[in-house]
Write a protein of this length. Structure first.
Length: 451
């Protein structure tokens, strides 16, 4: 009898491990699905293309007038990104509260993913002087991606025990960058050889934009099939979303160390997100680089980010996630400072800069996500990750706004790019002051041996 019980227990444990691995593989595929939007749309094509569309609609002084407000055409994309994040700030806490209240994350994930995928696919119709259409689609797609990623991130504590989270999170980012690399290769072929395919340059760009939406929608089916919704003992079924949100905000005040980490992350990740979204505009408008060069540079970032994410995941095993992240922030500061001095029309140096970004990009984001997962009280995953996602994308409106305002005031993208150094310096100081081991214990979670 005792032997049979042991065997049954071992079989149950093996089955649970197999199911967890299956969910983890399905989870990776959402990064594979939506990261193509971040890479092909937000980082490479949409910034320069929407800027050119806005310039086509501009008056003699170089201004467009959405809702009667004078906006320099070169700043329109940055302002649209800022607006999209403000929309996400409003929506994400409500969706996070609803997810934890109902215990049903998958339907909400599906709604966010397919809203974003549809808006991205609709960018095929962005031509001529339709800059307002581009702005609306960008706001919808970017906000939807933020909501979807928040829900996706909230699965991490559910599918990985504490000792696995750095590795699982890093693999997810690596999957995303691998997908971005693959699609960018196809984009590069289509864009550079558009004449061969009987397409204009604008048509090739619009196809690349729309294909990212189709990719996003198609591969989202994998995590929707494999992830499981599970209710926790702390789930409150009857509380309305706004009441649950208010309760979450009160609860977060009881965990000041978790809030301290979020503040640090809000600052330094604002800089990361702004570099990602504005780098192609900087390369095309300030450095005079062609679209093919920009695509090649971003492809280099994607390839090296796969290695960087996995490599920094291994470094975290030796030095801990916090120290590894702090090291990456130093690298970000040095790289961005060097970017200010890049000579115009010199693609080789732009590729060197891209290599530096790629090596620290994936790891700094992956380890931040896994570190935060240890600071979330059990049963509050979606709600707390809504606050995290506000820091990730939802609160990253200040960087693009600063970038756009700096350019509007100075007319120099170099001044705009160097202004972002402050985010990494301040973020480093704030993160260094967070006692993460004490924060994990205060959240009610087991403290890993190395963190």
């Amino acid at each position: 009898m005792g032997t049979d019980t042991v065997r049954a227990g071992s079989a149950d444990e093996a089955g649970e491990i197999a199911q967890r691995r299956r969910e983890q593989r399905g989870w990776y595929f959402y990064d594979w699905a939506c990261s193509v939007y971040s890479t092909s749309v937000l980082t490479v094509f949409l910034g320069p293309y929407l800027t050119s569309v806005a310039k086509a609609a501009a008056d003699a002084d170089g201004f467009v007038h959405p809702l009667g407000i004078p906006v320099r055409a070169g700043s329109f994309f940055a302002y649209a990104v800022s607006l999209s994040v403000i929309v996400a700030v409003i929506v994400m806490p409500l969706v996070g509260a609803a997810a934890d209240r109902s215990g049903r994350k998958k339907p909400l994930l599906a709604a966010a993913a397919y809203t974003g995928a549809a808006a991205t696919t609709g960018m095929f119709f962005l031509d001529g002087d339709r800059y307002l259409l581009g702005g609306v689609l960008l706001v919808v797609a970017n906000a939807a991606q933020s909501v979807g990623t928040m829900l996706y991130n909230s699965y991490l504590p559910q599918i990985a025990p504490p000792e696995e989270r750095d590795a699982v999170s890093s693999r997810g980012w690596a999957f995303g960058y691998a997908a971005g690399s693959l699609v960018l290769v196809v984009n590069l072929v289509l864009y550079t050889a558009h004449d061969t395919f009987g397409l204009s340059e604008g048509e090739a760009v619009r196809i690349c934009l729309a294909s990212a939406g189709l990719w996003w929608g198609a591969f989202t089916l994998v995590p929707l099939r494999r992830l499981r919704d599970s209710r926790t003992a702390t789930t409150e079924q009857s509380a309305p979303a706004f009441r649950q949100l208010a309760a979450t905000l009160r609860d977060m005040r009881r965990h000041p160390l978790t809030l301290a980490f979020l503040l640090a992350y809000l600052i330094y990740n604002d800089g990361i997100q702004t570099v990602i979204s504005q780098a192609s505009v900087y390369g095309s408008e300030e450095l005079g680089l062609g679209q093919s060069t920009l695509i090649g540079a971003v492809l280099l970032v994607q390839v090296l980010a796969v290695a960087g994410a996995l490599g920094m995941g291994r470094l975290a095993k030796v030095y801990g996630a916090k120290r590894t992240i702090l090291g990456s922030l130093i690298a970000w500061t040095v790289t961005l400072g060097a970017g200010y001095f890049l000579p115009a029309g010199a693609p080789v140096w732009f590729f060197v800069l891209a290599a530096g970004i790629g090596l620290v990009l994936g790891g700094s984001q992956a380890l931040s996500r896994s570190l935060f997962s240890h600071l979330v009280p059990p049963g509050k995953e979606a709600e707390y990750f809504s606050a995290y996602e506000m820091s990730d994308r939802g609160m990253s409106w200040l960087g693009p706004l600063l970038f756009g305002v700096t350019y509007q005031l100075t007319g120099s993208y170099r001044d705009a790019i160097i202004s972002l150094v402050a985010f990494f310096v301040i973020g480093f100081v704030l993160l260094a002051r967070v006692p993460v081991r004490r924060a994990i214990g205060a959240a009610g979670n087991p403290v890993p041996e190395r963190i």
